[in-house]
Design a protein around this ligand. Structure first.
Ligand code: PNS
Length: 168
């Protein structure tokens, strides 16, 4: 039997409930999921890539739905092109979440670029649930930085981290 290995790439600065939903749903579709944190040298971000990966690992540990799947989820950090990373780990599936129509144009462009670079690479888009459709890492950071409540938008481990960053 052919093992399905998929990559779920992103900045994850920080990982939100929208990202968690994508992981919970996609792990039922594939045998092995690699959550791949982009190390973007031109964009510093709030949390360093190693810490983002560590935080995601903590979220995976604490999430009850993911408990039976923990051994099938890997958290990596990647540099450079996503297509090269997928080729390197021998994966032909990319998973992306789609929120509103606003995401469509960018995601379509990224899909076309990736297909051009790696024709066998297929992208699966998962539509976000209504309760997650407005969540973005950028807005989460903005709200958390002013002391606003983000408990409905991020997992508890991320909430603790944001509190530590902004209010200590
Ligand atoms: O969570 P994000 O920031 O929307 O994720 C974007 C990501 C990481 C999927 C995208 O920027 C990416 O794949 N970057 C790696 C560089 C690359 O492959 N670029 C070509 C496609 S734009």
């Amino acid at each position: 039997m052919c093992m399905k290995r998929a990559v779920y790439p992103g900045s994850f600065d920080p990982f939100t409930n929208g990202h968690l939903d994508v992981v919970q749903r996609s792990i039922r579709l594939v045998d092995e999921l690699h959550i791949a944190v982009l190390r973007n040298s031109s964009k510093r971000g709030l949390i360093a890539p190693e810490q983002r990966a560590e935080l995601i690992s903590q979220v995976m540990e604490e999430d009850k739905i993911l408990k039976p799947f923990r051994e099938n989820i890997h958290i990596d950090i990647f540099d450079g092109l996503l297509a090269d990373y997928c080729r390197k780990i021998n994966s032909e599936i990319v998973i992306r979440g789609l929120r509103a129509v606003a995401d469509y144009e960018y995601e379509h462009a990224v899909f076309l670029v990736n297909q051009n670079l790696y024709p066998e690479l297929e992208t699966i888009f998962l539509m976000s649930k209504s309760e997650n459709s407005f969540i973005s890492s950028t807005i989460v950071k903005e709200v958390a930085s002013f002391g606003g409540d983000v408990s409905s938008q991020v997992p508890p481990a991320v909430q603790r981290k944001l509190h530590q960053i902004y209010h200590k």
